[in-house]
Design a protein around this ligand. Structure first.
Ligand SMILES: Nc1nc2c(ncn2[C@@H]2O[C@H](COP(=O)(O)OP(=O)(O)O)[C@@H](O)[C@H]2O)c(=O)[nH]1
Ligand SMILES: [Mg+2]
Length: 398
């Protein structure tokens, strides 16, 4: 197996060079734009003798081994394909698979190394990558942000530009959206803070507009004491609380509350894998187009779990989210990555159990600032080897 890197003015020239040097069976494994042209990595000759031997045998057909896809040239013609493998015998096939597996791993290491060298040549990019990883921003997003950075900038700009780029990506809802009124249901898994957030939102609205146009509804009839929690808040705030156990009841209750400017619906805390979830989301869907759902996400959840929650609650068509428990984690980058990735506008952020104080409208800048402040409390010095690994892995995966 021979792997070689070619530098050329353009893709056409690079392909010509590959053909001339490695022959028609060469496989283009990657191509990149570099200063002054393109860089192509091509491979050939992955044990030609073995392939020839294998094709001569007449063994029962087996699926061909996974081969790296040839990259298409600029004029979109395939450059070359590996020699066809007809009916290789099992031992040779296994050997071939091992050979190709080894080639893939070697390539991945090579590519990771190349990407890493590119970053290391620009200390400002390296610093930005460290900052992003330290905030808990997922590697793929961190890489996209770093790629947006110019190669050189003055020191001050270089420090804040990555944070600005991160902040620009955070989607936020209109400032203080409950003040616009509407029928809003808070959905999300058990214990993320839906009921507490409803109380905070109700108190916030009541502070500005009084309680006359406000009503609370609970559909949470699954958990003992769940309704009682909302009734307690309702009593404290002087706001009526209605209950709705199914889709029909919800429609009836909402019709009765049609004259209220703001109706906040507290839903059951159902685990994202619980079958009851679909029934509940279905009930909300049939409650009418006026009902908007907000997904409640807890900042102290793992990024992969947040991703899972967002996918499972997609049926509720959330138009925004509330990020709770910002006070319970030192890394809110996971939550920020999730809302960026799923383009879910942040309506509010909550940072404590106190009703009504611990809530504020979602603002991209303050979320980034908070992420910075929290990360600074326990700065994790991410060493070069870890960064190289993380960054390289992401690069190869794409
Ligand atoms: N630290 C912290 N705790 C919160 C926050 N929001 C809610 N909680 C707490 O989380 C727990 C579950 O809240 P609850 O509103 O019952 O969650 P629900 O099951 O989604 O309705 C309660 O102990 C709340 O006081 C927050 O922003 N920060
Ligand atoms: Mg609740």
């Amino acid at each position: 197996m021979k792997i070689k890197r070619f530098l050329a003015k353009n893709m056409r020239d690079a392909i010509r060079m590959v053909r001339e040097e490695q022959g028609p069976d060469a496989v283009i494994l990657s191509n990149h734009r570099v200063a002054g042209g393109v860089e192509v990595v091509a491979a050939t000759d992955y044990d030609a003798a073995l392939i020839q031997q294998a094709t001569r045998r007449s063994a029962p057909p087996e699926p061909p081994p996974e081969t790296p896809k040839p990259t298409r040239s600029e004029d979109s013609r395939p450059v070359a394909t590996p020699a066809p493998i007809a009916t290789p015998a099992a031992p040779e096939l296994q050997q071939l698979r091992r050979e190709l597996g080894g080639m893939k791993r070697m390539l991945e290491t090579q590519m990771a190394g190349m990407a890493w060298r590119e970053i290391r040549e620009h200390p400002q990019k390296l610093h930005a990558l460290q900052t992003m990883v330290n905030l808990g921003i997922e590697p793929r997003l961190a890489r996209e942000i770093v790629a947006e950075l110019p190669g050189t900038a003055d020191a001050e700009r270089a420090r804040f530009l990555p944070l600005g780029l991160l902040s620009r990506r955070i989607p936020v809802a209109s400032a203080d959206p409950i003040q616009d009124g509407g029928v809003i249901a808070l959905v999300g898994p058990t214990g993320v803070g839906k009921t507490t957030t409803i109380a905070k939102l109700a108190a916030r609205y009541a502070e500005m507009h009084g309680t006359r146009d406000l009503a609370l509804v609970t559909t949470d009839h699954f958990r003992v004491g769940a309704q009682e929690q909302l009734f307690t808040y309702g009593r404290l705030l002087g706001v009526p609380v209605q209950t709705a156990g199914n889709a029909d009841e919800l429609r009836t209750v909402l019709a009765r509350l049609a004259d209220r400017k703001l109706v906040l619906i507290d839903t059951a805390g159902i685990g994202p894998r619980d079958a009851k979830l679909q029934a509940q989301l279905g009930a909300m869907g049939s409650a009418g187009a006026a009902l908007k759902s907000w997904l409640v996400l807890s900042a102290n959840s793992h990024a992969a779990d947040l991703d899972d929650v967002i996918r499972r609650y997609a049926k509720a068509r959330p138009v925004a989210c509330v990020i709770t428990k910002l006070d319970e984690t030192l890394r809110i980058g996971g939550a920020l990555s999730a809302v960026i990735r799923h383009r879910l506008p942040v309506a509010y952020g909550c940072d404590g159990q106190q009703v009504p104080e611990d809530i504020e409208p979602g603002r991209a800048n303050s979320l980034v600032l908070r992420a910075m402040q929290l990360a600074r409390m326990t700065p994790a010095r991410i060493d070069d080897a870890t960064l190289a690994l993380q960054f390289g892995a992401v690069h190869v995966a794409q």
